[in-house]
Design a protein around this ligand. Structure first.
Ligand code: HEM
Length: 153
């Protein structure tokens, strides 16, 4: 399934190269992006009760995940980490639709961080956006399969 997803999404060497090229720009922004993300979850009643007061550990765990994905380390460690993360969200009763939508929220935050960056030219930003969206779609697919297979166990 994994190679089929990669082919379908056209995740190739160029995708990985475009994502890696932008990572040194995105990484320093990640902490404030995730702060803004948890501001959003904290404000939602049925999410905030899970995220409020746990920001430090949540940001560091989520950062590790984005680093694996956006530097294109799509190996066994990454797959296991994504599966375990999805199962964790199921264990804490994070509704699936909110889990999946939060990928789109974060994807948009990544896009805005790059668009607002003075050091990134338009061509590099567009290539990075395409690569990041493909990788997010891949991650979402792996996480979805894991999350939903837990439902029928
Ligand atoms: C793109 C979406 C998301 C990603 C990539 C993500 C990533 C992660 C990662 C990597 C962990 C650590 C898992 C582990 O300990 O093995 C985690 C834990 C957690 N996440 Fe998320 N997360 C996402 C969405 C959300 C949302 C929307 C919420 C809102 C409630 C949330 C709440 C939590 C909580 C409460 C934990 C701690 C679970 C525990 O150890 O008790 N996450 N997340």
């Amino acid at each position: 399934m994994i190679p089929q997803y990669r082919d379908f999404l056209e995740i190739d060497a160029e995708t990985i190269r475009d994502a890696r090229r932008i990572w040194p720009v995105l990484e320093p922004e990640l902490s404030s992006i995730l702060q803004a993300f948890y501001d959003r979850t904290d404000a939602v009643e049925h999410l905030g009760n899970k995220t409020r007061g746990r920001r430090g550990p949540l940001i560091s765990k989520q950062s590790r995940h984005w680093k694996l994905l956006l530097t294109g380390q799509l190996d066994t460690d990454y797959i296991n980490s994504t599966i375990n993360t999805a199962l964790k969200h199921r264990e804490i009763d994070l509704p699936f639709d909110w889990y999946i939508n939060s990928y789109l929220v974060l994807g948009d935050m990544f896009r805005r961080a790059l668009d607002n960056h003075s050091e990134v030219d338009r061509g590099t930003a567009l290539a990075a956006h395409a690569a990041i969206y493909k990788l997010i779609a891949f991650d979402m697919a792996v996480a979805s399969v894991a999350y939903n297979s837990a439902l029928v166990d």
